[in-house]
Design a protein around this ligand. Structure first.
Ligand code: BGC
Length: 638
């Protein structure tokens, strides 16, 4: 603790009050000791800050800030460097607005595709999730803005998130759910970690000494501030003892009174309170002072970055007969309200108010591509609209007869996914499903572009020749998607999660979202592709899948000899050649298998990855640092 001198000058009452915020988005000031309040606010796909004059409860009255692609998309870039740029760009906006801490990123693992908040999380794989989170954190922290890694831990569903007890056995907890946070903490070094609402194995995260003290601080060496999720504090005195420093938002005087009484009655060691006060001070006093001068080009620069991240991340899932890319100078028919009114972000605390949004139609206009458009369906209702359908079918038939391409935008509309609730199924809205079937009958070469924070079932896959997964692409979503559809760049995103054939196939099915009080993680370590590959279960699109407009070949794989020891990062090497006709990036992925293991292991575990850009005809030796954490297992007995 650097600020013991200040702590020693504070009264017990001042200290008890100081470990709770002021209002929703600030720490408290202690003017008598020269301590100013500082602002901490959401996160994580852009800075979300209430507009000056916004009243309490006006959650969408925000300053205009860049909406970047959500984590479920940016993870598909498999490019930590891009995430570092994103973290830095968000920090630039924080500095302009005088915000000291941005609440993010989220490193919870995707246990079920139904979780309504999966758009805010990176992956079903802990290595990918940890590396992306760490890089984002380094980008923001490197500019002096603090980050808060959330929601620690095992917050994998929205249903009953405030109180459900996630019951997880040690191996799954250590190898998967905690591993995702461990890598982000160790490599990223966030100044703060936010504890989740739920319980883990019987204790609320906000008073869980195992999570906050033993694992986070003692094992991982975290020295920063643990802050509660907003309203997550249960028993505040127990929370302090477990290592939770700052309660957010302000809770009035009740908890401060409880803390004072607990100290006076000898139930709480004052040193525990001092430690928490010291950590809040360390954060508040290290905050950048004031606001940086407004940078007139920042908004445009960040828009361009959002577009680039979207382009590097969107995943080409299917491209039969090399239908894509389309010729940007040839007329194209576009169907789907989402092409005009894009769904580019998720709902809840990460909601942003960007200065502008580029739809797919805007991008066609910008590029001068001639197009005709029909909405086809409504996004404010699930019911088919016969008039809109008829217009879309006429457009599709006309395009077919003239030999023009048909691009159909489909996706989850807002009510399907959000912070606060989970999806109930994995289907597209019924009006879109019905329309898609009819369009396929009218036009042979349908290109589908999908927007949504998480996978959907695709029983209709046979009726589209090409499918681009755009996920939630941020404010430049339409431009990134058009860049790929019209070949201004080759797709290079890879799925950061499995697209299953059906909900019934998913490993947590039947145990998600659990019962009234608890949810049993019965699938253990077999989460995501670890399950499908071990059980030999077919999927629609596997983890790591993504097509390119070019072609690559691999040769001369060199594996490090011997056993990986703790602390060393063995490196694999492979020679990669772009044998196609155009420049493109490829993600080399290394998976570990354990064929002779005496203990149960997943068939495959991601152990390393690297994204490489190659000109047509170019060959490079790719170095893949393998993560020893992906090779180890947790032995509960030891
Ligand atoms: C969310 C957090 C968010 C906080 C503040 C909570 O409900 O779970 O992710 O940072 O609100 O908005």
């Amino acid at each position: 603790m650097q600020h013991a001198d200040i702590v020693s000058k504070m009264t017990l009452e001042e200290k008890a009050a100081y470990v709770s915020g002021r209002g929703a988005w600030h720490t408290k000031a202690v003017p008598r000791l020269g301590v100013d309040e500082v602002e901490l606010t959401d996160g994580p796909h852009g800075l979300r800050k209430l507009a000056p004059g916004a009243k309490g409860g006006e959650f969408t009255n925000l300053v205009h800030t860049t909406a970047f692609p959500t984590a479920s998309l940016s993870a598909c870039s498999f490019d930590p460097e891009l995430l570092r740029e994103m973290g830095g760009a968000i920090a630039d906006e924080c500095l302009e607005h005088g915000v000291a801490m941005v609440l993010g990123p989220g490193a919870n693992l995707k246990r079920s595709p139904l979780c309504g908040r999966n758009f805010e999380y990176f992956s079903e794989d802990p290595l990918l999730s940890a590396r992306m989170a760490a890089s984002w954190i380094r980008g923001a922290e490197g500019k002096g803005v603090a980050t808060s890694l959330k929601h620690y831990a095992v917050n994998n569903q929205e249903r009953r998130r405030m109180y459900v007890d996630a019951v997880v056995e040690d191996r799954a907890l250590r190898e998967l759910y905690l591993a995702s946070f461990e890598g982000a903490v160790r490599e990223g070094k966030p100044r703060s970690v936010m504890c989740a609402y739920n319980k883990v194995n019987g204790a609320y995260c906000s008073e869980n000494a195992f999570l906050n003290d033993r694992v986070l601080r003692k094992e991982w060496g975290f020295e920063g501030l643990v802050v509660t999720d907003w309203g997550a504090s249960a028993d505040r005195v127990r929370g302090l003892e477990s290592g939770v420093d700052l309660e957010m938002p302000e809770s009035g005087t009740a908890n401060a009174g409880r803390i004072v009484r607990a100290v006076r009655e000898g139930r709480l060691d004052e040193a525990v309170l001092d430690r928490a006060v010291g950590r809040v001070l360390d954060f508040a006093l290290s905050a950048p002072s004031g606001k940086t001068a407004p940078d007139a080009e920042l908004a445009e620069r960040n828009h361009a970055l959002a577009r680039r991240i979207g382009r590097e991340s969107a995943v080409l899932l299917k491209n039969e007969g090399a239908l894509l890319p389309l010729d940007p100078s040839a007329p194209v028919a576009v169907v789907g309200e989402l092409a005009r009114t894009p769904r580019y972000q998720g709902a809840g605390s990460s909601f942003l108010s960007p200065p502008r949004v580029a739809s797919f139609l805007d991008a066609l206009g910008e590029a001068g591509t001639p197009f005709a458009f029909a909405a086809g369906y409504r996004i404010d209702s699930d019911d088919a609209d016969p008039v809109l359908e008829a217009e879309a079918l006429a457009l599709a038939r006309g395009a077919a007869s003239r030999g023009e391409a048909l691009v159909v935008h489909i996706g989850l509309t807002e009510r399907y996914e959000s912070e606060g609730y989970d999806r109930e199924h994995l289907r597209l809205p019924p009006n879109q499903l019905a329309l898609l079937g009819k369009l396929a009958a009218a036009h042979e070469r349908v290109v589908a572009v999908y927007s949504g924070g998480a996978p959907v079932e695709t029983p209709w896959i046979g009726s589209v020749r090409a499918l681009l997964a755009g996920y939630l692409g941020g404010q430049a979503a339409g431009e990134s998607q058009a860049d790929l559809v019209f070949g201004r760049a080759s797709p290079s995103g890879k799925l950061a999660e499995t697209w299953p054939l059906a909900l019934e196939d998913t490993p947590a099915h039947g145990n998600f979202p659990g019962g009234e009080r608890n949810v049993l993680y019965k699938e253990g370590i077999f989460v995501g592709y670890r399950y499908y590959t071990s059980a030999g279960k077919p999927v629609r699109f596997p983890f790591g899948h993504g097509l390119s407009y070019s072609e690559f070949s691999w040769a001369a794989l060199e594996l490090p000899a011997g056993v990986a020891s703790a602390g060393s990062a063995p490196t694999a090497r492979v020679t990669l050649s772009n044998i196609g006709a155009r420049a493109a990036s490829e993600v080399v992925q290394a998976y570990a298998a354990f064929p002779e293991s005496r203990i149960e292991r997943p068939a495959l575990a991601l152990a390393g990855f690297a994204k490489v850009r190659l000109e047509a005809g170019e060959t490079k030796t790719v170095e893949l640092p393998l993560d020893p954490a992906a090779l180890r297992y947790w032995d509960a007995k030891l």
